[in-house]
Write a protein that binds this ligand. Structure first.
Ligand code: OXD
Ligand code: MN
Length: 628
């Protein structure tokens, strides 16, 4: 490093932080940090190593500067985001693309020069009077071929604190990699803060530079837009994976424990707020991760790791009944950040669906709150936001899998796709093979929208592999990548599709929240070839007797033939309409769609037409079985 730069860094960082930074011996890091100190102009700089002391420093700062407030329970804090900054901002999240590059209409881009100029303008002097935190993390287990090291610059102690819970510290990992220059970088500034929240949300931007592996985020605090290592890193990882031979997915990783003692690992992709975390937290089973996985082919089989080490989970409906293990982690002392919940007069968090009743008043993301409070547009303000969250380490959970940090990953037996679908698909079905699963389940996934992103809720939207929001390569290329990846496997996992949200014509749910445990235990037995299934035009579905046995074994419930009949009736017209919608999406907005997708969907449609001609629009599982 040039003498001038060294002196500048030393002066800005102070002796101790300068030492921590330069001990990494990494020219690219030094240049990166120097550049953003010059641009953002912070009052102070703090460098986070892997020490407990540094983690505590950041946590204390968050409390000192008001980004978090202590709650009554030891270790608990609360953070509020601005009223209009409560979800991922898809509209303002864009890729910085060089001239002439276009990823197709499903992926938002902005001219790189223009985008960089805009973001530099928002970052300029954005940290005057604030402290800059420079943090090092590792996506994936330490010392693992799966993992990627990252550097985060932020002026938010809440963001730095959240990342300290959600990711493995990576300072020593950087040191080991001697002068490595291939890593992900994130630069975040919450911008001007007024009454504790980002003032200029109209200038909220998340810009992703895939070539330089750097993401910028400005004028926002909501973790989905600011915690670089979460969905921002997923975008970088998808791009990198597409150039190498692996997959970066919006998936949980969990172990299913058969009563005989065998453990089978599953990954599962679901859009936000569609049961992904609650599946990975099923009682009696073990969790590796609930949100993002990297998958690699080793000796013809898929292995997966959890990229994270914590959960940024939706808190709504977490209660002792539905999520006993999370409930325990959230209601005992220990480190938890609650965000956008209601804080009661007892200085305790309260949230929708916690089954303790909604208090009359408290403090929430709108300030002082009383029952019946309305916003400027006359809409009801709920006590706790629907997308309120908790941030907790997985090692606080009793069901953490023993292989959670295994650098080798775990062998994947099953891959699950799920969405919020009130009237089409049966609760569980199995694909005919990898290609069929990828094309008709993953690439055809639709889901009704939720509060996890800005915009209207309950609208049915196409969401390929539950990963659409994060895709950084054209969709056709992504599908081909999946098919290619599968073709190199000698023992591919089985692909399944689930639907936890199926309703009858009276708008009542046909399944209970806990039934998903039965579906996954059925999949486990299918993987081990212990039970038969019924072949239908859309996939294999369970036999009644197997589910009856599993309902008793897993949930101690008597499962009736009527329930089975209603849940597993093939809704032919709805399935055909879905295929037609999906084909339209690909025809209209995915110019590079592989032909095989149209071919497989067309075959499935013809199968459906055929059974429709014979049996009508609604075909019971008994009839389907009889025609096997
Ligand atoms: C999340 C999301 O927070 O997908 O995991 O929105
Ligand atoms: Mn997610």
């Amino acid at each position: 490093m040039e003498m001038k730069t060294m002196n500048f860094l030393k002066e800005k960082c102070g002796e101790e932080n300068y030492k921590k930074l330069t001990a990494l011996n990494n020219q690219k890091i030094n240049g990166f940090v120097t550049g953003y100190i010059q641009l953002c102009n912070p009052e102070k700089v703090f460098v986070r190593t892997d020490s407990a002391e540094d983690a505590l420093y950041i946590r204390n700062k968050a409390i000192e500067n008001g980004e978090e407030k202590k709650l009554a329970m030891d270790g608990h804090t609360v953070h509020f985001d601005g009223y209009y900054d409560q979800a991922r901002d898809k509209g303002n999240t864009k890729y910085l693309l060089a001239k002439g590059i276009d990823f197709g209409p499903s992926i938002k881009g902005i001219n790189k020069e223009e985008g960089l100029m805009e973001i530099q303008e928002y970052l300029k002097d954005s940290m005057v009077g604030k402290e800059m935190y420079i943090c090092f993390f590792c996506l994936g287990p330490l010392d693992s071929e799966f993992s990627i090291v990252c550097a985060q610059i932020t002026d938010s102690s809440y963001v730095a604190h959240s990342e300290g819970i959600l990711y493995r510290s990576g300072y020593e990992e950087f040191k080991k990699k001697e002068n490595c220059n291939d890593f992900f970088r994130f630069v975040h500034s919450a911008g001007v803060i007024e009454s504790g929240v980002s003032k200029n949300v109209a200038q909220r931007r998340v810009y992703v530079d895939l070539q330089d592996k750097i993401v910028f985020s400005t004028n926002t605090q909501y973790a989905g837009n600011t915690v670089g290592l979460k969905k921002l890193a997923l975008r970088l990882a998808i791009y990198q994976a597409s150039k190498e031979d692996w997959l970066a997915e919006h998936m949980f990783v969990m172990g299913i424990h058969n009563p005989k003692g065998r453990v089978t690992y599953f990954t599962g992709a679901f859009p936000s707020a569609c049961g992904k975390t609650s599946t990975s937290m099923l009682p009696g089973e073990t969790i590796i991760g609930d949100d993002i996985a990297y998958l690699r082919n080793r000796e013809g089989k898929i292995y997966a790791v959890n990229v994270e080490s914590g959960i940024f989970g939706i808190i709504r409906d977490v209660n002792p009944e539905s999520d006993p293990l999370i409930w325990e982690a959230l209601t005992f002392s220990g480190e938890v950040i609650f965000s956008n919940v209601l804080v009661t007069e007892k200085n305790a968090p309260s949230w929708l669906g916690d089954e303790r009743g909604i208090p009359e008043e408290g403090i929430n993301y709108s300030g002082e709150w009383v029952k019946g409070k309305k916003d400027a547009k006359g809409n009801d303000i709920t006590s706790s936001h629907k997308n309120a969250r908790y941030t907790v380490r997985i090692n606080r959970l009793k069901n953490r899998d023993i292989k959670a940090d295994d650098p080798q990953g775990v062998l994947v037996g099953g891959v699950i796709y799920g969405g919020r679908d009130s009237n089409i698909s049966v609760p569980v079905q199995e694909s005919f093979d990898w290609k069929h699963g990828v094309l008709t389940m993953g690439a055809s996934l639709e889901s009704e929208t939720t509060a996890a992103t800005l915009g209207q809720e309950g609208v049915r939207k196409f969401n390929i592999m539950a990963n659409l929001d994060f895709l950084s390569i054209p969709l056709g290329k992504y599908i081909n990548k999946y098919l290619n990846f599968g073709s190199k496997l000698t023992s591919a996992p089985i692909i399944f599709a689930v639907n936890y949200f199926l309703k009858n014509s009276n708008d009542d749910y046909l399944t209970e929240k806990e039934d998903k445990h039965v579906w996954i235990r059925w999949m486990e037995q299918r993987i081990h070839k212990e039970i038969d299934a019924i072949k239908t035009p859309t996939g294999f579905i369970p036999e009644y007797e197997d589910l009856k046995r599993l309902f008793k074994e897993v949930l101690n419930k008597d499962y009736t033939k009527e329930e089975y009949g209603e849940q597993f009736t093939l809704r032919v017209a709805e399935n055909i309409a879905k295929i037609e919608r999906i084909v339209e999406v690909y025809k209209n907005s995915v110019p590079d769609t592989p032909d095989v997708l149209f071919k497989v969907l067309e075959e499935q449609k013809q199968q459906l037409e055929r059974v429709k001609a014979e049996h009508g629009d609604y075909i019971s599982p008994e009839i389907l079985k009889a025609s096997n």
